[in-house]
Design a protein around this ligand. Structure first.
Ligand SMILES: C[S@@+](CC[C@H](N)C(=O)[O-])C[C@H]1O[C@@H](n2cnc3c(N)ncnc32)[C@H](O)[C@@H]1O
Length: 174
């Protein structure tokens, strides 16, 4: 019996046709779970994100757990590791990219009412602690996802998917 290689392994990235990137930079700060990071890589590929910025102790490729949920997507999504979130913010500022933290705090704007700038950088935080007040104060805006149930927050990879596809829909890219 012949076992076919999964499709994601069949075409090396340098042999893929060039795809237009969307001017979205996604920043993950201290996201502990490699499974969450892998899932975000996969969604970032689906939305043609320009670059993933992996800050602090966020898992970076190569990593077996990350590979499991990314299913090879990190070959297609450019990424950079920054020692600190401040380093990353300085880099984005040097490129004049507006920065929105994604966090559910009192002074945040619901994503349904936020006019996403283009380009944009969106910052996501740790699964337990989220982003600190100091980190939120270092960006331009704080945007939240409305919660209609009993819990205050959702999984960070799910939050990433909601935000990314809201941006793309508003830009009429999807
Ligand atoms: C599970 S949350 C962090 C925990 C949260 N700080 C708390 O107090 O429960 C992980 C990350 O997902 C994103 N997130 C999850 N739910 C969100 C929501 N409703 N609005 C905005 N961001 C959200 C944020 O980036 C957050 O830093």
């Amino acid at each position: 019996m012949t076992h076919l290689e999964p499709h994601y392994r069949m075409t090396p990235p340098d042999r893929l046709p060039a795809k237009e990137k969307q001017p979205v930079h996604a920043v993950l700060h201290n996201v502990r779970s490699a499974f969450n990071v892998g899932s975000i890589f996969r969604t970032a590929d689906a939305g043609a994100v320009t670059r993933l910025h992996l800050c602090g102790y966020t898992a970076c490729p190569p990593n077996a757990k990350l590979q499991k949920t990314a299913l090879g997507a990190f070959d297609y999504v450019p990424w950079t590791h920054h020692e600190t979130l401040a380093d990353c913010i300085n880099h984005l500022r040097s490129e004049a990219i507006p920065i929105a933290a994604i966090e559910r705090v009192e002074d945040s704007v619901p994503h349904t009412r936020y006019e996403w700038p283009r380009p944009v950088a969106v910052v996501f935080g740790n699964e337990v602690k989220g982003l600190t007040r100091e980190e939120l104060d270092a960006v331009d805006t704080v945007v939240s996802i409305p919660m209609l149930g009993h819990k205050n927050t959702i999984n960070v990879a799910t939050a990433f998917g909601i935000v990314l596809f809201d941006i793309l829909r508003r830009w009429q890219a999807v």
